[in-house]
Design a binder for this molecule. Sequence first.
Ligand code: ARG
Length: 461
Amino acid sequence: MAQLWGGRFTKETDQLVYNFNASITFDQKFYREDMEGSMAHVKMLAAVGILTEKERDAILAGIEGILADVERGALVITSEYEDIHSFVEATLIDRIGDAGKKLHTGRSRNDQVALDMRLYTRKEIENLKGLVKDLLSVLHRLMKEHTDTYMPGFTHLQKAQPITLAHHFGAYMEMFKRDYDRLCDIYERMNYCPLGSGALAGTTYPLDRNMTAELLGFNGPTLNSMDSVSDRDYVIELLSAMSTIMMHLSRFSEEIIIWNSNEYRFVELDDAYSTGSSIMPQKKNPDIAELVRGKTGRVYGALMQILTTMKGIPLAYNKDMQEDKEFTFDAIDTVKGCLALFTGMIDTMTVNKDVMESSAKNGFTNATDAADYLVNRGVPFRDAHGIVGQLVLYCIDKNISLDDMSLEEYKTISPVFEADIYDAISLKTCVEKRETIGAPSKAAMEQVIAINEEYMKRIGE
Ligand code: ARG
């Protein structure tokens, strides 16, 4: 048991209490951020005259040595220390002696851990942005390739109206663009430095909080020391944004699973992204998509956990807040894994254009357009709706599509139909007539693709 606070105690901590209280098994994940924060703190302490330059240099060299040794595996972080902060301080004192004992001047573990968590999540937001960007560029490519790939659009999972695959992917492009923008917003809002807030009420030392903020790449110092040590809003915002990313990935996965099924065959997943069955030799399963869908629950769980942990905590720091880490770390790693795997999966899948197109043809997805045809020839919409309903019933009975009916058959149901009905309800016409921005026609899609091209440039594809 190595603790920083034995002075006022007359008894050893009970081992079970020690274990229950310790966080080293998980907070070692931000050993790098902890040491970077300490180095900035020490530079500032020297700049304001609290440490001599000699002390500063000894501490900096000591921390750099510890960091290098940890990174190359020469120094192992063990659970004999309570937390990562204790590990670094104790190792430093061990290595450089008395100067090391000055490291914690004007600092508390409360503002230290608040800083570490911010530095860690800030770094991970950048990693997440990179992965969302990779997914966006695959979607952008697929959109450009599939402006002529016709398929049915669905409502209630029933064929509704024809669209293109570019249009379908475009919906996800919008979702992941919002996800990307959300990550940027969170980064901006959280990018203030809590260091210098002390335990809760600042410190009596003349700390230069602007300097540490600047050294660590923050926009400035946080403005209330009590809030600084007990604010985990940015963790909640990040988990919320990651939950939304997972919700989008999960919906997309669900569609890929359906499209990849034997019944649909709209797409075929690459062998490298599929798995087999131990008993059924014919199987090629979409396990990756299923796992992404499944792991969504895990990330939502982390969001619920931190929201619940935070809800009853009075100001300022309370130990409950140590619970902000494990689920958050797990959620970040989960979302990063899901984004990378999902991107690879859709990047390599084969699109069965013909199957998609014939599915659009065979599902009466042009029924609305047949009704519009009548409306354009003076039939009130409600009557047109009824007439086309009769056509559909007739086709179902004969097991044919609207395109297969003869003009005579059309005319028996309504004399308004003429030979141009076939062109009016062709898949191509149905899609290409939908020209307003946001609609599936090639012209409309190309406008959106151009906007997305700019977006991708802006985020630095
Ligand atoms: N391990 C603690 C945490 O993660 C560090 C802060 C400890 N502060 C304290 N006053 N016990 O929250």
